[in-house]
Write a protein that binds this ligand. Structure first.
Ligand code: GLA
Length: 358
């Protein structure tokens, strides 16, 4: 059986008439808890998926980047190595954005040919774009001898998405794609980029973490996301702190009393309580109390639904149905407005939960 790396390398050779210099891969992610906290300098707890984006890459002479996706057959796109924000649209913008981000950061890149192959579902909130950015960043770093560690490459990939593609995301997805390890959740402090790998082995406890793609299309996602981010930044500045991460639930009543307007209070309450839920989940996992994580997942969903208002009926229905069918906890995951939910279930209930949700 040929692997995805073989397939990408073969398509590279067919397309460009030589073997690639290397093949690189980066996974999609699912976030277990800590939603809409990363752009507030807060805490997140994602894990890598087995689904990944693979890139076969080879240096070429001349200032162009040629890129072909196995999922979009046809002729390769030929991009200018010096392409500026706005010059490239569609999925190649993620590739051009990483090139731009590395170059404008001062790294010296030459021309390059790339073949992209991936199985992270697009538009499901599983970070297919971060996986693409991180696979390309890893390829370029290796091919051009760039001395940057995984966290620096993650920051540069995030910058590609923020300033080239125009999506004001936080750093969770790129850090997850670059630094998650098998059998662990990544406990990430998005302010310091400090990480801890937290062992996660639900099967050993007779538990399964289901990832359910509701297939609800992301609606209004970019505008609403940017709007939430702005609301948080505005609240932090009104309250005189660098980011909402600087508050804890102990002082929450006082903090809320200093804000104008119910909507702003709800947004802040979500972020502050969600940060605390991440720490509580990590504590429960360290203590080997996996089932105690369930209610915290469900609390997170309620907060995202009622306070942060980023769920849609499909996500709420999938969560409610999973709980009724025996899940220990369930929540939407990712940015919201469509996409996936996760459910922690006793393994012997997994089929029943899956069927009920279906
Ligand atoms: C999207 C963004 C992330 C993060 C999540 C919400 O996935 O890309 O940076 O903000 O939404 O937690």
């Amino acid at each position: 059986m040929s692997t995805r790396a073989d397939t990408a390398a073969e398509l590279f050779t067919e397309t460009f008439g030589r073997a690639p210099d290397g093949v690189f891969s980066a996974p999609g992610r699912v976030n277990v808890i800590g939603e809409h906290t990363d752009y507030n300098d807060g805490f997140v707890l994602p894990m890598a998926l087995p689904h990944a984006v693979t890139v076969a890459a080879g240096r070429r002479v001349g200032p162009r980047v040629r890129v072909l996706s196995r999922q979009q057959p046809g002729a390769p796109e030929s991009l200018d190595l010096g392409a500026e924000p706005g010059a490239v649209t569609g999925w190649p913008a993620y590739v051009a954005g990483v090139v731009w981000s590395l170059r404008t950061h001062g790294f010296d890149l030459g021309g390059v040919d790339l073949v992209v192959d991936g199985d992270v579902p697009a538009g499901a909130g599983l970070s297919s774009s971060a996986a693409l950015e991180c696979a390309v960043a890893s390829a370029l770093a290796d091919l051009f001898g760039i001395a940057a560690g995984p966290a620096e490459l993650a920051r540069l990939a995030q910058r590609a998405e923020n300033d080239f593609v125009g999506m004001p995301c936080g750093v969770m997805d790129q850090m997850a794609s670059m630094t998650c390890t098998a059998g662990h959740l990544l406990f990430l402090d998005t302010r310091s980029l400090g990480t801890e790998q937290v062992a996660f082995a639900p099967a050993a406890h007779g538990r399964t973490l289901l990832v359910v793609d509701t297939r609800a299309p992301h609606r209004l996602v970019d505008g609403e996301y940017a709007d939430r981010r702005r609301a948080c930044e505005k609240a932090a500045s009104a309250l005189g702190v660098r980011a909402l991460r600087d508050f804890t639930t102990d002082t929450l009543p006082d903090v809320l009393s200093r804000l104008d307007g119910e909507s702003q209070r709800r947004r802040v309450r979500h972020v502050v309580t969600e940060n605390e839920r991440v720490s509580r989940v990590v504590a429960r996992l360290r203590a080997g109390e996996l089932d105690a994580v369930g209610p915290l997942l469900t609390e997170s969903h309620t907060s995202l639904r009622d306070d942060y208002e980023v769920t849609v009926p499909e996500l709420d229905t999938a969560v409610d149905t999973a709980l009724e069918a025996g899940a220990l906890g369930a929540r939407m995951t990712g940015g919201g407005f469509g996409g996936c939910v996760i459910a922690l279930v006793p393994t012997d209930r997994a089929d029943a939960v899956r069927e009920a949700v279906r």
